[in-house]
Write a protein that binds this ligand. Sequence first.
Ligand code: ATP
Length: 366
Amino acid sequence: MKPPLLSLVDVNKYFGDVHVLKDISFTIEQGEFLTLLGPSGCGKTTLLRCIAGLESVHSGDILLHGRSIKGIVPNKRNVNTVFQNYALFPHLNVYDNIAYGPRVKKSMTETELTDRVRDVLDLVQMLGYEKRMPHQLSGGQRQRIAIARALINEPAILLLDEPLGALDLKLRKHMQTELAHLQKKTGTTFVYVTHDQDEALNMSDRIVVIDQGKVQQLGSPRDIYNNPSNLFVTTFIGDRNIMQVSVVETGETHAKVRLGENVVSIRKPKQHSLQAGEDAILAIHMDKMRVSCEETANALRGVVSSIHYAGSQIRIELKVDEKTITVVEYQKTECECNEGDSVFVVWEDHGAILLPLEEAWIERGV
Ligand code: ATP
């Protein structure tokens, strides 16, 4: 059987006494768009730099096509990195910036190089800019040239470290779509670092969620969004209301839980067993909840504390058993409520999940 394109096997990394990467293991397949997602300082860049060979690993191994690359210097690894600051040579024009790598490696004749520079400029939609200097380009254009400069080397893997971080929001959204198209068009394997969950969810085939140097979950964007495997991923991805509840009884697919006076039925998690009498965490996507004026089955009773209108979005805050719950509705709410009204909150079944209580999180005040 063909080995995966890249395998990380129990990778550990320390900076002094600080254990920055902890037993990281996963594989990356040919042609994948894989994103390393996590909060600032969780170790994403360090992991990317270990793959690039810019940092050494303390223990564990990194295999490319099944062979260890631990002892191989960065420029012999067949991986290329695009950094947030693009790192273009300021004194070279666009053509010479892109041609730099192949010229150093003497991997092409000047005639071949002319064709290849044209090909990669075409890919990033920058034909005609060959003579421009980096300072004569916009941020988005510099970013495209940095990618063209990496693609000309036909790397087995392109590593991208927050490449859109310096762009404004509009351009960032536009470049997300462009990058995802480019990745599919070239078939190049992308390993992409970001702390922006929207970016990760929009662009990736799979996402590795990292916190405190550990892989918390690896899965498709849909899986990570709908079925977070622990409380960290639940609170990090998507906007959810998080409530502590106690399990009253468990059935085959759902469990009944109590929150103050309310007893409601919630689908059970796939990966955890829950027993009656146990405390648990109930998490519900804010935008999968709705306020109802009528009493319905499986609803939380609450009192409206505030209503905010922001364009087409309406954010309604309610007190449910001393806990503040936020409901985000996108059209006119079907229940015309006012502050102080007693109402009911209902939700789509798949928008709610139950997780075992994790003491550490309770200490953090969830
Ligand atoms: P960000 O999103 O802010 O870039 P990150 O997830 O990429 O964060 P890293 O840059 O990998 O995080 O850093 C992980 C941890 O390692 C942090 O605590 C950081 O302070 C520490 N660290 C990173 N580089 C070094 C270094 N050269 N020497 C010592 N500590 C370092």
